[in-house]
Ligand binder design. Structure first.
Ligand code: NDP
Ligand code: MG
Length: 346
């Protein structure tokens, strides 16, 4: 069995008297910085660029804000919580030259290190603490006295104590209350990309759209197609989340269950797994990372055009109309609205 680390497995003293720079104050950054401060880390600095809309938010939270260069200079531990596609440029310009022997560089996702977009010097420790959930949940759970699970991984252990510091950091953000699992940069990065591309984001949206289009093209009302192929996904997923495929199958009718066994594998047939294997091999070879970084260097032109194209799909129009009448979805009644980016299970 994989070892799971809890409160007593981590020594908070290893980080308590250090200066920690949290670079970025977005979804993850605001939660890490505030949790570490509330846990009693001696000095937490937030590193931001001139003119960031988050500077005031960080100050309002009682945090010290400095430029990325200055924060990196003054800190013992530097946690990069910038969007992954920005790690390379910010690292090159503002972080790299201020990484001195004895410092620790951290990330919350392995993308930039695993694909060698950043290549830190060999005399510093490089580690990952990756919370398995969006930042707003990380913060809210901490405030309630609990934690959300995290993954830890060591990329480079110059001091011989890199993993202990990772566990201390994980304790500081509250994760040892829920459980911390060790992984590698390769495993975390590749499984994360694969999951979001083939099942959670890419796979699911493609399945939903194909089902919706099939019904609409056959002459059924779009509203019916929306309910059957999109709205009800949540009801089914909630059951699977609570008790696996079996609990879901216990709750549905026998008719639905029989259709599941006999038709499901015909819709998602052998070819799907073949396609998934190709997607996985593009991740493993670095082809996906290369393509995505090229897209960024070219100003995200294709990315933005696909985004606006997708937003015009009729399932989005129909859904918008229907959801506006569902009072339980109204932001006013909903706590986890606004910026909470529900980034799949991380
Ligand atoms: P966000 O986009 O929410 O936040 C990014 C932050 O970086 C913002 O505060 C932004 O400033 C700031 N920023 C952008 N450019 C610069 C710059 N040039 N210099 C300084 N600061 C800058 O990112 P996330 O929190 O979603 O992601 C951060 C990392 O955490 C990524 O590696 C991601 O993979 C990882 N992660 C994310 C999870 C999630 O749930 N979102 C879950 C687990 C890991 P401004 O506020 O002005 O926009
Ligand atoms: Mg993920």
């Amino acid at each position: 069995m994989t070892k799971i680390y809890y409160e007593n497995d981590a020594d908070f003293n290893l980080i308590k008297n250090k200066t920690v720079a949290v670079i970025g104050f977005g979804s993850q950054g605001h939660a890490h910085a505030q949790n570490l401060k509330d846990s009693g880390v001696a000095r937490v600095i937030v590193g931001l660029y001139e003119g960031s809309k988050s500077t005031q938010k960080a100050k309002d939270a009682g945090l010290e804000v400095l430029s990325v260069i200055e924060a990196t200079k003054q800190a013992d531990v530097i946690m990069i919580l910038l969007p992954d596609e920005k790690h390379k440029s910010v690292y090159e310009k503002e972080i790299k030259s201020n990484l001195k022997k004895g410092k620790t560089l951290m990330v919350a996702h392995g993308f930039s290190l695993h694909f060698k977009l950043i290549q830190p010097p060999s005399d510093i420790d490089v580690i990952m603490v990756a919370p398995k959930g969006p930042g707003h949940r990380l913060r809210a759970t901490y405030e309630m006295g609990h934690g959300i699970p995290s993954l830890v991984a060591v990329y480079h252990d110059a001091s011989g104590k890199a993993k202990d510091l990772a566990l201390a950091y994980a304790k500081g953000i509250g994760s040892t209350k829920a459980g911390v699992m060790e992984t590698t940069f390769r495993e975390e990065t590749e499984t994360d990309l694969f999951g979001e591309q083939s099942v959670l984001c890419g796979g699911l949206t493609s399945l939903i759209k194909a089902g919706y289009e099939t019904l609409v093209e056959a002459g059924y009302q779009p509203e019916m197609a929306y309910f059957e192929c999109l709205h009800e996904v949540k009801l089914i997923v909630d059951l699977i989340y609570e008790g696996g495929l079996s609990k879901m199958r216990d709750s549905i009718s026998n008719t639905a269950e029989y259709g599941d066994y006999t038709r499901g594998p015909r819709v998602v047939d052998k070819r799907v797994k073949e396609n998934m294997k190709k997607v996985l091999s593009e991740i493993q070879s670095g082809q996906f990372a290369k393509e995505w970084m090229k897209e960024n260097e070219e100003g995200q032109v294709n990315f933005k055009s696909m985004r606006s194209q997708e937003q015009t799909h009729s399932i989005e129009q129909v859904g918008k109309e229907l959801r506006s009448k569902m009072s339980f979805l109204n932001p006013a009644n909903k706590v986890s609205s606004n910026k909470e980016k529900v980034t799949v299970e991380r």
